[in-house]
Every structure is written in structure tokens, then in C-alpha cells.
Write a protein that binds this ligand. Structure first.
Ligand code: PBG
Length: 335
């Protein structure tokens, strides 16, 4: 072999397999598959209602009839599952709308299972959208003295999960971050005959500023204080593993890391430590950042969205929860 102008041997080595699209595809280590996508949707009472969420372009609060349209479109594009959030007519201090037999999520689930039967319906199990104060649990006291009570909250969460299962939910997904809620929900589901209903727990859910746009979408911003006494502190990774270990011990079937992009290290450690089905939630702020930059022509929306989701897969995610799911499904088909 002759030396090149720099006095080195020709150095083509790793680049050999990058020369053509076909070669790159052959050695591709991580793939995005439409079958891994979950689309979050926001449902509220009414008819023909489609209210834009200002901070999330392309995302709407919809009435059940419109929800069926969005869910059917996602399903037709190949998205296998939706994740439902409800905005009730009225909020109170015991979140009664969360577990009402005819609550908004319960109605929506029954309708979706009738109209789009093959679509998996996952329900977010939390109280914040239904509580007058916007916290994820029962509150005692107020102002600075307010406390979020753990065990009284578990009873309400378990009731909520059972009512979702009764309505036909395929998977329930507790997002409240109370201690012991997976065990409480598993026991209540089993006692009610829903031994077959899986739990996808928001196991490592951090107190993140990336949830900002969601709180507008779900009308669930806390009226006082913040969620740092129950959601995880962003600096902590070992604690995230303890959270996930406990949830698995309590019966979680799928564990979630949330947010996704800023927590890829957590995703990776959760997947390598437990080997469980692992979901990444690309949250509202992650979606809005891309939308905002794309609207200014600063980023290529499609390329950046796919690159971020690929990063989550590479870090260890099996399931990708994203507001862009329907677009992503179409993009993957075009590729
Ligand atoms: C409810 C809940 C939140 C999100 C999912 N479930 C908000 C929060 O905890 O404040 C955030 C989702 C997103 O930002 O996309 N507890």
C-alpha cells in the first residue's frame, strides 16, 4: 500500500460501510418502527369541539366525536395506541370526575373501543386535571402549609384505574408519582376482575419545566406550590432506578421515563438494569421546541423529530410516546 500525501496509509476504514444508502441500511443498528408509537390525545365534553392548544401547534382539545376522528386517522397511519387525558366539566377537591362512571375519559374509552376496536387505548391515571387545586393528590392544608397526602390519594387512583378498565381501557398508566400506587392499582384491578389489564407506570417521572405546554393543554397547572414533593428531582439518577425497581416489584408491566430527550441517560440505565419493556415520553416541551424552531425555519421538523426519537430508541426505549406520532407514522412510510 502506498502512503498518501500526509505520509499515512489510506485511512478508509469505518467509512467503507457508509458509502451508499443501501450499505448504511444494511448495518443500521437502531430502527424506528411505527408499531412502537403512542399518540397522546386530550378529550373534553362537548360536540364538534376542536380547540387549539396555543403552545402546541397541531394539538387540540377535542370532544369525543372529534377524538374518534383523530384516533382513527392515527390508527390508519399505523399508530397502534393512543394515550388519553381528560379535561372534565367540573373540578373539585376529591377529583370525582376522575373516577365517575360517566366521566369524560370513561365515555371516550367506550366510544373509541366501539368505533376503532383494534386501536389500543391507554389511559393516563392521575388526579391533577380533576382537582380544583391542580395537584396530583389529595391536599391537606393550604398555602405554604399544604401537604399532598399519599395514602388517601392511592384509594382515588385505584378507583380511577378500575373505572377506566371497566370502560374498556387496554392499559392503565398512572402518572401521579405517589408511593405505592402501582401496588394499590394492581390490587384493585385484580379484585375487580381485571387481572389481564397491564399497568404502564410513569416510573421515573421528573419534576420538569418541559411539562409547561401540557399544563395548558390539560388545564392542570397547580394553583399553588409545585410538584416537587412527589415528582423526581432532576439531578437524581440512582433514585430513578429505585423508583423503577419499586414499580416493577409492585407489578408494573411497562416502565416509563419522562421526559425523554433530557433524560436519555436514565432511559439507558433503566433498560440495561431491568430489561423491562420501557417507554420514553417525549413530552409537550420537547414537541413545542421543535415546532417553534421549525416555524421559524431554523430546524427541519421531520429530520429533527425522527433523530430525537431514534436517540430514545438507541438509549433503550421500546415504546415512544409522542405528540407527533401520526406525522411520524406517515414519514416512516414515505422513507
Ligand atoms: C399529569 C401529567 C403531566 C404530564 C403527563 N401526565 C403533567 C404534570 O405532571 O404536570 C406531562 C406530559 C407532557 O408534558 O407532555 N400528572
Amino acid at each position: 500500500m502506498s502512503l498518501n500525501a500526509l505520509g499515512q496509509f489510506p485511512s478508509l476504514r469505518l467509512r467503507r460501510l457508509r458509502q451508499t444508502a443501501a450499505l448504511r441500511r444494511l448495518v443500521c443498528e437502531t430502527r424506528l418502527d411505527v408499531g412502537q408509537l403512542v399518540l397522546p390525545l386530550f378529550v373534553r365534553p362537548g360536540r364538534r369541539l376542536r380547540q387549539p392548544v396555543a403552545a402546541m401547534p397541531g394539538v387540540f382539545q377535542v370532544s369525543p366525536d372529534e377524538l374518534v376522528r383523530d384516533a382513527a386517522a392515527a390508527h390508519a397511519a399505523g399508530v397502534p395506541a393512543v394515550l388519553l387525558f381528560g379535561i372534565p366539566e367540573k373540578k373539585d377537591a376529591v377529583a370525582s370526575g376522575a373516577y365517575a362512571r360517566n366521566g369524560i375519559v370513561q365515555q371516550a374509552v367506550r366510544l373509541l373501543k366501539k368505533e376503532v376496536p383494534d386501536l389500543l387505548v391507554i389511559t393516563d391515571v392521575c388526579l391533577c386535571e380533576y382537582m380544583s387545586h391542580g395537584h396530583c393528590g389529595v391536599v391537606r392544608g393550604n398555602g405554604r402549609a399544604a401537604r399532598i397526602l399519599n395514602d388517601p390519594t392511592l384509594k382515588l387512583l385505584a378507583r380511577t384505574a378500575v373505572s377506566h378498565a371497566e370502560a374498556g381501557a387496554d392499559i392503565v398508566a398512572p402518572s401521579d408519582m405517589m408511593d405505592g400506587r402501582v401496588a394499590a392499582i394492581r390490587a384493585a384491578l385484580d379484585a375487580a376482575g381485571f387481572t389481564h389489564t397491564p399497568i404502564m407506570s410513569y416510573a421515573a417521572k421528573f419534576a420538569s419545566a418541559f411539562y409547561g405546554p401540557f399544563r395548558e393543554a390539560a388545564e392542570s397547572a397547580p394553583k399553588f406550590g409545585d410538584r416537587r414533593s412527589y415528582q423526581m428531582d432532576p439531578p437524581n439518577a440512582n433514585e430513578a432506578l429505585r423508583e423503577v425497581a419499586l414499580d416493577i416489584q409492585e407489578g408494573a408491566d411497562i416502565v416509563m421515563v419522562k421526559p425523554a430527550l433530557a433524560y436519555l441517560d436514565i432511559l439507558h440505565r433503566v433498560k440495561t438494569t431491568f430489561g423491562y419493556p420501557t417507554a420514553a415520553y417525549a413530552v409537550s416541551g420537547e414537541f413545542s421546541m421543535i415546532k417553534a424552531a421549525a416555524a421559524r425555519g431554523w430546524l427541519d421538523e421531520r429530520a429533527v423529530t425522527l433523530e430525537c426519537l431514534l436517540a430514545m430508541r438507541r438509549a433503550g426505549a421500546d415504546i415512544l410516546i409522542t405528540y407527533a406520532a401520526t406525522d411520524v407514522a406517515r414519514w416512516l412510510r414515505e422513507k
